[in-house]
Design a binder for this molecule. Structure first.
Ligand code: UTP
Length: 290
């Protein structure tokens, strides 16, 4: 089976849960220690063998395009300074992670509509989708955990983890049966269920691999309140027996909410080579006073 080399990152949402921070800075550009969230996501895709990435943006998200472009003035300024060699290389590296393309979602009409913008980019190939505000820290990149399963079974794949029962209504619920190791067959799924509708506590958390047929399915999925639900579209694959779930190994940070941003900065700060010792000492002192 052909290797999956294309990915789509939907990053055109309004980010209302992190306002006012996301008023003029895209939430995908909010930082974790010293890198914007979306850079971690692009790096994960590249580590999984993805070479071509389409980022779906909208008005006001130009900072994302600038971040993955050259910054000639900055590069020139840092280039000749031996003491700033690492900084120079880190700035230069941003423009060379993968081939990155951009397309606008002209109206914010939900995730399925954002992904549909990628139809011509994707063509007739399976592709990965990495939600622009979900950073997942993992040794075995989660995108690779999913593409490996796609390449084995040939079905669509959703990355899931069990979430506390009271949180399931914020996400979605899946009816699944085990297949092998951490891979399951998905039979049914429901977006934002009520507590009584919960089928399992597995929810989809930010990573998906889809066959190109998903675009035709989106076209034929009836909108609810003007928006086609992406979960409803993927459920068509589930009902056809063409969807697997992977209980992925990784630590997910939801950069779309304020607590998620704080947690991401704490945990990544404690592992940052330059800062970890000072940050740990600071945290210990702080915690002793709580
Ligand atoms: P979210 O629902 O978490 O993003 O979508 P949001 O709409 O920005 O959130 P709030 O509720 O207003 O805070 C998950 C991903 O899909 C993208 C978002 O940018 C995010 O990365 N998205 C969402 C789009 O690209 N287009 C949309 O119309 C909606």
């Amino acid at each position: 089976m052909k290797k999956i080399t294309k990915a789509v990152i939907p990053a055109a949402g309004l980010g209302t849960r992190v306002l006012p921070a996301s008023k003029s800075v895209p939430k995908e550009m909010l930082n974790i220690v010293d890198k914007p969230a979306i850079q971690y996501i692009v790096e994960e895709a590249a580590a999984a063998g993805i070479t071509d990435i389409l980022i779906i943006t909208n008005r006001g998200k130009g900072a994302i395009e600038d971040h993955f472009d050259h910054s000639f003035e900055l590069e020139k300024n840092l280039e000749g300074n031996a003491a700033k060699r690492d900084l120079y290389e880190s700035v230069l590296a941003c423009s060379d992670i993968a081939d990155i393309y951009f397309k606008r979602q002209k109206e914010t009409k939900g995730l399925a509509d954002a992904i549909y913008r990628a139809k011509s980019f994707v063509g007739d190939e399976p592709f990965a989708i990495l939600y622009g505000d979900d950073v997942i820290d993992a040794e075995y990149p989660v995108t690779k955990q999913l593409t490996d399963v796609y390449e084995k079974f040939g079905n669509g794949v959703v990355g899931v983890q069990e979430v506390p029962r009271e949180d399931v209504p914020k996400y979605c619920t899946l009816d699944v049966t085990p297949l092998e190791k951490n891979v399951m067959q998905v039979h049914d799924m429901l977006e934002k269920p009520s507590l009584s509708e919960i089928m399992s506590c597995y929810s989809i958390l930010g990573r998906v691999v889809m066959p190109p047929e998903i675009f035709g399915i989106i076209e034929n999925t009836p909108p609810v309140n003007g928006e086609v639900g992406f979960t409803a579209a993927m459920n068509t694959l589930a009902k056809q027996g063409r969807l697997n779930a992977v209980d992925f190994v990784g630590n997910r940070f939801d950069m779309g909410n304020k607590l998620g941003i704080l947690k991401a900065n704490c945990e990544m700060g404690l592992r940052h080579p330059e800062l970890k010792d000072d940050f740990k000492a600071y945290l210990k002192e702080l915690v002793s006073k709580l």
